[in-house]
Design a protein around this ligand. Structure first.
Ligand code: NAI
Length: 389
């Protein structure tokens, strides 16, 4: 159970790039990092607009001289201070992730980066190599993966309660972009422009989330080949897709499907992962994150509730308030940031024994997502053909 006690005997000195006052995702980074005292916000290049970024940073309590105009200045100035930052989070549009991650690692910082990690598998490979060389981590904010019941599913599947896995059904299909809302909304505008978002829209922006949740639940399964079909229902978004279907074959003979969409009218998030084995199925929806459906063939449905004593100990480690009280996305993110702090500390101490069994969305998870998106685009653009993975 988490009760606010620090995971480490100190707080990591932390900075942010992006996540400014008008951003969608900046606040949840700060809320999650600061929640349990494992990080302390000391510096930032919070905004593409330096004046706006400085004004915002000071309202967060960051000293004015540590609210920088850009990330290069921040990394150089902080490296020169005895009390400079040790870790940085990157919450900027996708086109900047690779360069900022690389600069941060070269400046000797641990990194938390938004998904998708970068544009290409070649870039992600380079970041993975750089992490190993610099002995620093990149944590990737697949935020939903911090929900406790995903770890309950992982344990139940590992224990064999579902039997051999046959089918994984994944989706993240909302309806918010059923029209060209990007004409009015700055946060959507860059998401449908390949210069800022890379080779895909919903595959990278949405599908990478349930893909990682499924990888977390069933870590042993590897995608062997896939076939993707993508559409731009709002024509001005072409070549980027606002809807995509992917079929996958796994190395154990299982099959999977992914539906990613921003034009699923009326749907709020529609993020679901259903894992089907030869004996039973598990299903988790992000809009009801405190419940996990466990369906055994021939028996009534069981709804497992977060925080209850019958859950696996790994699903209770990050309980913050007990069963019945709903926890949400902010708690899931806080769980991830706590894990990032532990992984950073263990990496600094070169504690390989700890790291070997310790789960968190790492640079390799980021690489897997980027590679999968690349393969989906390759398949779709060749006319929806099977591509080996
Ligand atoms: P946004 O457009 O709302 O905000 C971007 C922020 O970054 C703004 O404050 C902007 O001024 C700042 N910025 C842009 N370029 C910068 C630079 N070079 N240096 C410093 N600041 C810069 O974008 P949003 O929606 O917050 O997305 C940011 C990232 O977070 C994206 O990679 C997106 O995919 C990811 N995201 C992840 C989510 C998750 O669940 N993990 C959910 C939403 C977004």
């Amino acid at each position: 159970m988490i009760n606010g006690t620090k995971a480490l005997d100190r707080s990591l000195r932390w900075g942010m790039v992006g996540g400014g006052g008008t951003s969608q995702i900046g606040y949840i980074h700060r809320s999650a990092a600061l929640r349990d005292g494992n990080f302390v916000l000391q510096a930032g290049a919070f905004d593409i607009d330096a004046v706006r970024g400085r004004a915002f940073g000071t309202t967060l309590g960051v000293a004015e001289d540590r609210c920088y105009a850009d990330y290069e200045t921040m990394f150089a100035a902080e490296a020169a201070r005895a009390d400079g930052i040790e870790a940085v989070s990157i919450a900027t549009p996708n086109n900047t992730h690779f360069a900022i991650c690389r600069a941060a690692l070269n400046a000797g910082l641990h990194v938390v980066c938004e998904k998708p990690l970068c544009f290409s598998a070649a870039e992600a490979d380079e970041l993975e190599r750089l992490c190993a060389e610099k002995k620093k981590i990149i944590g990737v904010t697949y935020g939903y993966a911090g929900h406790q019941l995903i770890h309950q599913a992982r344990e139940m599947i590992a224990e064999g309660l579902l039997g051999e896995i046959r089918i994984i059904n994944m989706q993240f299909a909302h309806g918010f972009h059923n029209e060209a809302v990007e004409l009015q909304n700055a946060s959507t505008k860059w998401r449908v422009d390949p210069r800022f978002v890379g080779p895909s829209y919903v595959l990278g922006d949405l599908a990478t989330h349930p893909l990682f949740i499924a990888e977390t639940m069933v870590p042993k399964l590897k995608v062997k080949r896939l076939l993707c079909s993508r559409q731009s229902f709002v024509k001005s978004r072409a070549p980027l897709e606002d809807n995509a279907f992917v079929m996958m074959e796994y190395d154990n003979g299982a099959v999977g499907t992914m539906w990613a969409s921003a034009v699923n009218c009326g749907s709020m998030h529609g993020q679901k992962v259903r894992v089907i084995g030869e004996k039973a199925s598990l299903e988790w929806w992000d809009e009801q994150p405190n419940q996990l459906r466990y369906e055994v063939q021939g028996q009534p449905v069981q709804i497992l509730e977060r925080g209850m004593g019958y859950l696996h100990s790994r699903a209770l480690e990050e309980d913050r308030i007990g069963g019945g009280h709903p926890e949400g996305l902010f708690e899931a993110w806080s769980n991830l940031y706590r894990r990032f702090a532990l992984a950073m500390d263990a990496t600094d101490r070169d504690d390989q024994t700890f790291l070997r069994d310790f789960w968190y969305p790492d640079v390799h998870a980021g690489l897997m997502g980027v590679r999968w998106v690349e393969q989906c685009v390759q398949s779709a653009d060749a006319g929806a053909v099977w591509v080996d993975c």
